[in-house]
Ligand binder design. Structure first.
Ligand code: ZN
Length: 359
């Protein structure tokens, strides 16, 4: 199957999060037909290529099969692939079926060299990335020891070595209810929340070298029961897209110390991550991309669940085309992505072999 047909087939099988079975089945069948030792767990599909040496370094290359639901505003049916010149339009073409296709194409090229590779490449295509990363979390124990990871997401083949996390805090301002006519008998919780919201707006955090500043944002506020009652409670949520230099516990402590409201952690499973430039996976990815330095990425991904590994995020496509109408990927991008992943694995394997010799 040529690259264009592969991408078109993947995009043509709908796989909104929670309904990935058909696509997972197709990818499993396609890889099996090509002779890859494919395994399946739930709607996750994976296989490995390598020298068969249990001591070899193991590099995970993962991307996701699922897409967000189609949004409004598409020029044609989102789930029907449509070519316009070099571009394939369709839901998931960019995020992240282009990465999945590029990884499959790279695996095909690498297969002939697998026995001589200095490392083992573990390819994984997972479900549920867009709704909390359930697939990768379920699959990780089955993948065995891993030494590094590449997360396939559309980055225009720039190498992201740092990714923002997400911390959500639920705050409750408490007061005392009273008739508005006797306001002195009550304590207005909405006024208390408003003071806290001003404090949050003014709060500054230490910027990160690649990712820049984090700004805490109040996103949802609810309080008050009746127009003639001093409200006794007001709840608001704070969303902070954290950077790796800021620990979630430290941010929470800082906010708790500055606010009058009660502060509780609502969600902190998306940890901010960063990988030092000295790691082999970073060097291999930079060499494959032909660039010197890594970049930062503001969007979360399954990388958050691989925080224990040196990892990078990179793949064909453009993050600004994701989750939007008329999402597309160019065939030239797909081909460049396949070449990028191939060279990345080869360089990583070479570095792993050299390190083994020196170590
Ligand atoms: Zn994605």
């Amino acid at each position: 199957m040529d690259p264009a047909a592969l991408l078109e087939t993947l995009v043509g099988i709908p796989s909104v999060s929670g309904a990935e079975a058909a696509l997972a089945g197709h990818v499993e069948g396609l890889l099996r037909a090509e002779g890859f030792p494919v395994q399946r767990q739930g709607d996750n599909v994976w296989f490995e290529l390598g020298p068969g040496d249990p001591a070899a370094r193991r590099l995970l290359l993962a991307s996701h099969l699922d897409t967000v639901p189609p949004c409004a505003g598409w020029s044609s049916d989102a789930q029907t692939p449509r070519w316009a010149g070099d571009r394939l339009f369709g839901l998931g073409a960019n995020d992240a079926k282009g990465c999945v296709a590029a990884l499959i194409l790279a695996a095909r090229t690498l297969r002939a060299q697998a026995a001589e590779l200095g490392a083992c490449a573990v390819f994984a295509f997972t479900s549920g990335e867009e709704v909390g990363g359930k697939g990768i979390q379920q699959l990780l124990p089955a993948l065995g020891r891993l030494d590094a990871a590449v997360v396939g997401e559309p980055t225009g083949l720039t190498v992201c070595t740092a990714q923002r996390g997400m911390l959500i805090l639920r705050c409750t301002a408490r007061g005392a209810a009273a008739h508005v006519a006797h306001a002195h008998l009550g304590e207005n919780a909405v006024h208390k929340a408003a003071r806290d919201i001003s404090r949050i707006d003014a709060m500054r955090f230490e910027p990160h070298l690649l990712l820049g500043e984090s700004r805490a944002q109040v996103t949802v506020v609810s309080g008050g029961l009746a127009k003639n009652q001093v409200p006794d409670a007001c709840e608001f949520f704070i969303d902070i897209r954290s950077t790796p230099n800021l620990d979630h516990a430290a941010i929470t402590a800082q906010i708790r110390a500055e606010l009058e409201s009660d502060v509780e952690v609502f969600s902190d499973r998306y940890r901010p991550v960063a990988t030092p430039a000295t790691e082999a996976v970073v060097q291999a990815a930079l060499a494959a991309a032909g660039t010197k330095g890594g970049t930062g990425s503001s969007t979360t991904s399954d990388w958050a669940y691989l925080a224990h590994l040196p990892a990078v995020k990179a793949g064909p496509g453009d993050t600004f085309r994701s989750h939007r109408p008329d999402e597309w990927l160019a065939l030239a991008e797909l081909r460049a992505g396949a070449a990028f992943y191939t060279k990345l694995v080869q360089t990583y394997a070479l570095l792993a072999r050299q390190e083994n010799h020196h170590g």
